[in-house]
Design a protein around this ligand. Sequence first.
Ligand SMILES: C[S@@+](CC[C@H](N)C(=O)[O-])C[C@H]1O[C@@H](n2cnc3c(N)ncnc32)[C@H](O)[C@@H]1O
Length: 305
Amino acid sequence: MSPAGLDPWAQWLLRDRGGANARYEERIEARVAQYVDRVLDALEPAPPELLLDFGCGSGALGLRALQRWPRAQVVFADPSPALLALAGERARALGAQARWRLLALDDESLRGIGDGAFDAVATRSALAYVADKPAMLAEFRRLLRPGGRLSLGEPVFRDDALAACAQRRALEEVAPPAGLAPQQPQLLRLLQHWRAQQFPDTEQELERSPYCNFSERELFAWALQAGFAQVHVELHIDAGPSLAPDWDSFTRHTPHPYARSLRDVLERDFRPEERALLEGVLRENWERGAMVSVERMAYLGASRP
Ligand SMILES: C[S@@+](CC[C@H](N)C(=O)[O-])C[C@H]1O[C@@H](n2cnc3c(N)ncnc32)[C@H](O)[C@@H]1O
């Protein structure tokens, strides 16, 4: 639990992902709304009557489904009590009355639901954190009625982790080219240390990490193995400026709850001169608008035969 009494997922979703900055959080919510709409678009041809929002967090996807489809009912399911309660508050505020209910997720809670209970299962950025994805996809299939639809949108962090691995190996194995300014090898080491606090930087760690050890191709193969039909996968890659409105919130945000913020790394891991070097260079890039953020999202749609 955080000092505010929040579990780690609530602490991340409600504070750290937006660097504790309201404007940053608003921009993230607007981006999440786009992802959620894309996930729901795949269900649009036959809007579900009963939808499971798996890993609902504060409810972005299920709330949007209640708004888009006036006859739909939604089960919001999440392991975080604080986020589940917030999803419920938001559904109540929407006036969706008896069209929703909450399900506290633990190892047993889905098993208590009968086969074929749902018309659709949808999830956004939650399956990524499940350790055994093939088993969870098989469970989604069991929960769907014949002809029911699965739609998901998951972040793909594998490339971030592979870049961290490549950079670590280059630093360990390749001598710095002659002619580098004296500060540059040190700067590369500091950058690498920061990157390794956000993504695994060894192949062994990468393979053990549920949110880094898969890509859209594994999702495709696992959905087929789980017995889904009409499996369609799209990978969207977008590069653009960071959504952070200022340098301070950029340094305080984290890309997922298992990452440390740049601010935390600067303050706790580096000596004053190292901190000044890394922050000076990064901040200068930030102020020139040269810091590019890359997002990779895999969307998968499938049907239960
Ligand atoms: C990045 S948030 C996404 C929340 C929401 N789906 C959205 O689009 O805003 C990830 C959510 O997955 C939930 N989660 C984490 N591990 C999970 C697991 N093993 N099974 C189900 N949900 C999980 C967290 O509690 C959190 O609410």
